[in-house]
Design a binder for this molecule. Structure first.
Ligand SMILES: Cc1cc2nc3c(=O)[nH]c(=O)nc-3n(C[C@H](O)[C@H](O)[C@H](O)COP(=O)(O)OP(=O)(O)OC[C@H]3O[C@@H](n4cnc5c(N)ncnc54)[C@H](O)[C@@H]3O)c2cc1C
Ligand code: SF4
Length: 517
C-alpha cells in the first residue's frame, strides 16, 4: 500500500512539474510571437510531428537557449530567431524528425538570388559567400568561401590570369570573416592576384566580436592552408590564433578600414570595387560581408569620441569605470550585466522604450535582479542627447541632465548590407528563387526496427524448436539432460542469453526516463 501511495505521489509531482514547464514554454512562445522572434532569421528547425517521439534530445543538443522546447510531449520551435544554424538538433534526433531549412524562399526578400556556383544571377563574375547567402555557421562560410576561390581559379585557368603589370586584379574579396579568409587562402594557393578588404582592421569577422572565451561549436571543417579542425568546440581565442597565424605564415595582406560602397561593372567588363577611400579593379569579386552589417549609430554630437564603442568583447578589461550602455536587446542587457559584475564599475543603461520587449525572458529576469540590488541603473524612455569626454547628456521628456561617464557602449543593432548589395547588382527578388523542395522523407526507422524485432523473434522461436528435446521436458527432468550444462538459465549459453535480454529490457525502459521533461 505504502509503495502504491509513494508511486502515486511521485507521479503526481512529476506531472505537476511537467505542466508548470509546459505553461512556461507556452507563455514564452506567445511572447516570441508578439515580438516576432518566433520566426527564423536564417535557417531554422522544422519538426515533423508525425515522427517526433518527444525524447527532448534536440532540446538538449541545441547550444542556444529556448529555440526548441517540449510542448505536449513533442518538440516545438519557440524562438526560431535564436537559431544560429548549428543543426545539432537535426543530427541528434534519433528518428530524423527535424530538418534545418531556410523555409520557403519564395516568401523571403532577404535572401540573395544566386546560382549553384554562388554567383549573383545576372552579374557574371560577382560571387557571394558565407552568411550573406543566408546560411550561417563557420563551416558553411569556410566551405562556400573556398568554393568561390576554386571556381575563380578554375575560370582563370581556362581564360588566362592577369599579368603582374595590369592594374586589374584577378579577384577582390570583401570581408575577412571565415568566408573571405577561406576564399583568399585558395586565391593565394592558386597564385591569383587578389586583394582582401574589410571595414575592420583585424580579420576574423563576427568571430572576432564574440565575447572573450566564447565556446564556438563547429562540425569538423577543412580550412584551406591549415587542414582539418577536428574538435567540435573551440574557444574563440583558439580559432582567432589559428587564423592570424595562417595569415602571417602565408603573407596574407588585409586592407583594413575599407568600407564597401558598391561594386560596378566597367565598360571593359571587369569590376570596380568602391570603398569609402579607395577603388580596386578586379575581374572577379567575392562579397563575404556576413549579415551583421554596420553598427547602427545614434547620430548625436560626441559619438566619434574614442570612448564610444559598438560591441563589448571583454568585460574584464573595464574596472572602476562609469559606463553607459545604450539599447534594450539581449546584447545590450548582457553587456550591461557583465560590466556590472566587474569590481568598481558604475553601470547605467539607457533605453527608449518603457520596458524591455526585445530580449529573452531570462535576461529580463536577471536585469530586474540587477536593478533591484542597484548594480545597474536603468533609464527607461530616455535617449542620449550628446556625449562629451567625461559625461553623457541624457534626455527624458523635456529634461536633459549630465551623467558622469568614462565609456559608452551603443548596442542598438546593425544595418544589414542588403542595400549595398542591391546597388551592386545582386538581386533579392523572391520570385526568382526556385520554389522550395518538399522536405525529404528520411524514414523514421520504424520499419527496420519492426523487421529486426520480427527476425529476432523468429530466430528465438527456431532456437527453442531446435532444442525442444530439452525445453519440452518438465523442470525436474532437465538437469539429467545432456544439454543442461549449455542451456540452463544459470550457466553457459542460457545464462548469457538471459543477461543480454535483461540489458535490452532496461535499455528500453530508459526511454521512458529520457522522455520525461
Ligand atoms: C553570437 C553568435 C554566436 C555564434 N556561434 C556560432 C557557433 O558556435 N558556431 C558556428 O559555426 N557559427 C556560429 N555563429 C555564426 C558564425 O559566426 C557566422 O556564420 C560566421 O562568422 C559567418 O562568416 P562570414 O565570413 O560569412 O561573415 P562574418 O564573420 O560576419 O564576416 C563578415 C566580414 O565582412 C566585413 N564587412 C561587412 N560589411 C562590410 C562593408 N560594407 N565593407 C567592408 N567590410 C564589411 C565585416 O567587418 C566582417 O569582417 C554565431 C554567430 C553569432 C552572432
Ligand atoms: S530529438 Fe526527440 S524531441 Fe526532438 S524532434 Fe527528434 S524525436 Fe522529437
Amino acid at each position: 500500500m505504502t509503495v502504491v501511495l509513494g508511486l502515486a505521489l511521485g507521479f503526481s509531482l512529476s506531472r505537476r512539474r511537467e505542466l508548470q514547464t509546459m505553461r512556461r514554454v507556452l507563455s514564452e512562445r506567445d511572447r516570441a510571437r508578439r515580438l516576432g522572434t518566433n520566426k527564423a532569421q536564417l535557417q531554422h528547425p522544422v519538426v515533423d510531428l508525425t515522427r517526433c517521439l518527444g525524447c527532448a534530445t534536440c532540446v538538449a543538443a541545441c547550444p542556444e537557449e529556448g529555440v526548441l522546447e517540449l510542448v505536449h510531449g513533442q518538440a516545438m520551435v519557440v524562438n526560431g530567431a535564436r537559431c544560429v544554424g548549428v543543426s545539432a538538433c537535426e543530427r541528434e534526433c534519433p528518428v530524423g524528425a527535424i530538418t534545418v531549412t531556410l523555409g520557403d524562399l519564395t516568401d523571403r526578400d532577404d535572401v540573395p538570388v544566386l546560382s549553384s556556383e554562388l554567383e549573383a544571377v545576372g552579374m557574371p563574375g560577382l560571387f557571394l559567400a558565407g552568411e550573406i547567402t543566408a546560411h550561417s555557421l563557420i563551416k558553411t562560410a569556410v566551405d562556400q568561401g573556398a568554393a568561390v576561390g576554386r571556381e575563380v581559379a578554375r575560370r582563370l585557368a581556362s581564360n588566362g590570369s592577369s599579368t603582374s603589370e595590369s592594374p586589374v586584379l584577378d579577384l577582390c574579396v570583401v570581408g575577412a570573416g571565415p568566408a573571405g579568409l577561406a576564399c583568399s587562402m585558395i586565391a593565394q594557393k592558386s597564385g591569383l592576384r587578389f586583394a582582401l578588404l574589410d571595414q575592420e582592421q583585424e580579420l576574423g569577422g563576427t568571430v572576432a566580436k564574440y565575447p572573450r572565451r566564447k565556446l564556438v561549436m563547429s562540425q569538423p571543417l577543412d580550412m584551406p592552408g591549415y587542414g582539418r579542425f577536428k574538435k567540435q568546440t573551440y574557444e574563440k581565442e583558439e580559432l582567432m590564433a589559428v587564423w592570424q597565424d595562417l595569415a602571417r605564415t602565408h603573407g596574407l595582406q588585409l586592407h583594413g578600414g575599407q568600407v564597401l560602397q558598391g561594386v560596378e561593372r566597367m565598360e571593359q567588363g571587369h569590376f570596380r570595387v568602391q570603398t569609402e577611400t579607395h577603388q580596386f579593379e578586379a575581374k572577379h569579386v567575392c562579397l563575404a560581408l556576413g549579415r551583421r552589417g554596420i553598427a547602427r549609430r545614434l547620430g548625436v554630437p560626441g559619438e566619434d569620441l574614442h570612448k564610444v564603442a559598438y560591441h563589448l568583447v571583454d568585460a574584464h578589461s573595464y574596472q572602476g569605470r562609469r559606463i553607459l550602455v545604450v539599447g534594450g536587446g539581449d546584447s545590450a542587457l548582457e553587456a550591461a550585466m557583465a560590466l556590472a559584475e566587474q569590481p568598481g564599475n558604475q553601470v547605467s543603461l539607457s533605453y527608449r522604450q518603457e520596458g524591455f520587449f526585445r530580449c529573452r525572458a531570462k535576461n529580463e529576469e536577471r536585469m530586474k535582479q540587477c536593478m533591484a540590488k542597484g548594480s545597474v541603473q536603468v533609464y527607461f524612455q530616455s535617449e542620449v542627447a550628446s556625449i562629451t569626454g567625461d559625461a553623457v547628456h541624457l534626455r527624458m521628456g523635456n529634461e536633459v541632465w549630465a551623467l558622469p561617464n568614462d565609456d559608452v557602449f551603443i548596442m542598438i543593432g546593425g544595418v544589414p548590407p542588403f542595400e549595398t548589395l542591391k546597388r551592386s547588382g545582386v538581386s533579392f527578388d523572391s520570385s526568382q528563387h526556385q520554389a522550395v523542395e518538399a522536405l525529404e522523407e528520411k524514414g523514421s526507422g520504424l520499419t527496420s526496427a519492426l523487421l529486426t524485432g520480427l527476425c529476432c523473434t523468429l530466430l528465438a522461436l527456431l532456437f527453442a524448436a531446435w532444442h525442444n528435446d530439452y525445453y519440452g521436458l518438465q523442470d525436474h527432468l532437465q538437469p539429467a539432460h545432456p544439454k543442461h550444462d549449455l542451456l540452463a538459465p544459470t550457466k553457459g549459453l542460457g545464462l548469457q542469453i538471459g543477461i543480454v535480454s535483461c540489458v535490452l529490457i532496461v535499455f528500453n525502459l530508459l526511454y521512458l526516463a529520457r522522455r520525461s521533461p
